[in-house]
Design a protein. Structure first.
Length: 318
């Protein structure tokens, strides 16, 4: 209880890596007079029900947050997404109940950009394939490509896309971008060539996805079939931004050269059995530094709204 006998506001945390870095975001919350509890990261409603009934704030990971969660949370004022994507949050349901939704834009951009570059380089230089063949006792001839000879197309030029572009440009690659929210002049100012999505897909050696999900695939079957023979797909965004079945078919057919992905739609994704693929378990945004930035940013938003009574710094508007 607080000194004026009002209940201490409760903060529910369901992000797996909140506070797992070197910073102490939970200390920010408790130091501001808030009580913290940790709940089911999968957001099972039965498991979370006792916490949601009392929670004033919810620091949430990537699992779905639906209207049924909000129905269990009569005191909830803010959902602070620990990360950037909000496609798994029912924004309409939140808005209807007066619940603010925030995220941490840019907090993990450098981490995701570095992971993107790692996947891209591993693909063009056959790093994973080379490791497997050596361990199998074979030594085939593998010829890679240098970044300076490649044109890389970025689908989405927000925080992450720009961080990827800076790294690629520094290494000598030609970089093109397609983003409905960013015009040709702005792209040219940061050293990128503007291309329509159709043109980018048809002309780039690598297509790297950095766009939000939540709808139909941005890179669907039609666009995948129009990619250059031997082109590479990199996805560190969301699983639903690419048609996984079409991508797997084109990999098996040899039409697409390789794919490197940090996100999959399910444990039964057809890409698990596709050739020339590199898969990582949704770890692109998880570095010690990114975990610290995301945690501190999410905690600050909760304090700003619950304790200070101020508007959040990064509200999400659906």
């Amino acid at each position: 209880m607080t000194t004026n006998d009002k209940p201490t506001p409760l903060v529910l945390v369901t992000s797996r890596s909140f506070g797992a870095g070197q910073a102490d975001p939970e200390g920010i919350l408790t130091g501001a007079g808030l009580r913290v509890v940790h709940g089911d990261p999968a957001h099972d409603t039965a498991a979370l029900s006792p916490y949601l009934a009392a929670a004033a704030a919810w620091i949430a990971g990537a699992a779905p947050i639906r209207a049924e969660h909000f129905d269990l949370a009569p005191k909830l004022l803010i959902v602070a997404r620990y990360g950037t994507g909000v496609d798994m949050v029912d924004l309409d349901a939140a808005r209807a109940r007066g619940i603010v939704v925030t995220n941490t834009p840019g907090a993990n951009a450098d981490a995701v950009a570095e992971h993107t570059l790692a996947l891209l380089l591993a693909s063009v230089r056959h790093v994973v394939e080379g490791d497997r063949t050596i361990r199998a006792g074979r030594s085939p001839r593998m010829v890679g490509r240098e970044l300076g000879a490649l044109t890389v197309g970025l689908v989405g030029v927000g925080h992450v896309g720009r961080a990827v572009a800076r790294r690629l440009l520094a290494l000598g690659a030609t970089v093109a971008g397609s983003d409905p929210a960013v015009g040709p002049d702005e792209l040219r100012e940061i050293g990128l060539q503007w291309r329509s999505l159709d043109e980018l897909v048809a002309t780039c050696d690598v297509v790297s996805l950095h766009c939000p999900g939540g709808g139909s695939p941005v890179l669907g079957r039609d666009l995948l079939t129009r990619m250059r023979p031997g082109a590479i797909v990199v996805n560190t965004a969301r699983p639903d931004v690419v048609d996984e079945f079409a991508l797997a078919e084109l990999l098996h057919a040899g039409r697409i050269g390789a794919a490197a992905l940090d996100v999959l739609s399910s444990a039964g994704s057809p890409l698990l059995g596709a050739p020339r693929t590199i898969l990582t378990p949704h770890t692109a945004g998880h570095t010690v530094q990114a975990v610290d930035r995301m945690g501190m940013a999410a905690a600050a938003e909760v304090v700003r709204v619950i304790v200070d009574g101020e508007a959040p710094r990064h509200p999400v508007r659906g």
